[in-house]
Design a binder for this molecule. Sequence first.
Ligand SMILES: [Zn+2]
Length: 272
Amino acid sequence: MYPQLFTFWCAIVFVFGCCIGSFLNVCIWRVPRGMSVVSPPSHCPKCGHEITPLENIPLLSWIFLRGRCRSCREPITIRYFLVELVTGLLFALIFLKTAASGEPLTLLIPCFIMTAILICSAFTDCELGIIPDEFTYLGMAGGILSALLFPSAWHLESRITAFLLSLGSLAAAGGLMALCAVAGRKIFRREALGWGDVKFIAAAGALTGLPGALFSVVAGSLAGLLAAPFLRLIPKYRKRRTLRFGPFLAFGMLLWIFFGKELVGMYLRILN
Ligand SMILES: [Zn+2]
């Protein structure tokens, strides 16, 4: 592909990602609170001012309004800006990596769904300590359906084989994590691993395969272990008995999406 055309497509994917991020913001706020994501239209929680299309342009509106409601000047959390930016950047980087490495572009579909699910899960887990079923079930359905429609993302020609591989990865990853959750509960006599985390890993299996799901558990656990002593320095986190695992699983999954193949290759070279 010509460099100019490549840059053009990267920019298009970035803008597309920012728009998806704008919708993820709605999901992050409304889904864990049991609210519909379509109605009522977005409004300021303080004065009820309905957000106009012009005030809803990803990234730009937040900057031009200087992070405040246009009607009552109530501050709008920077999360809105961050989620849009992070989604846009991740989508563009995934596109860049996939195109540059000559992978089939159909791989973008499960990767984009996975990215959307992990962003939503990381934020709701961080904020409220839950990963809503709506996110994880959607990830599972998205994984199985995209395998059936685009088997080339799994480097397969047969739709049925890709479908079965995705379904099998879901069951294996979810089953293993469920076993860990039950064993953890028996050993530590409290919830060591939440069911939201179990379902997140099952969805990761359906979207990226069993190796990706297991890698994100191992990398996420290591990152959690490393981060725990530092989190204890923050007063808000000091009193919590358990670590919220969602953001670390999300981090592990991102590592897999960007560097999974290289890391596994390195590991195998060391073993040999
Ligand atoms: Zn307002």
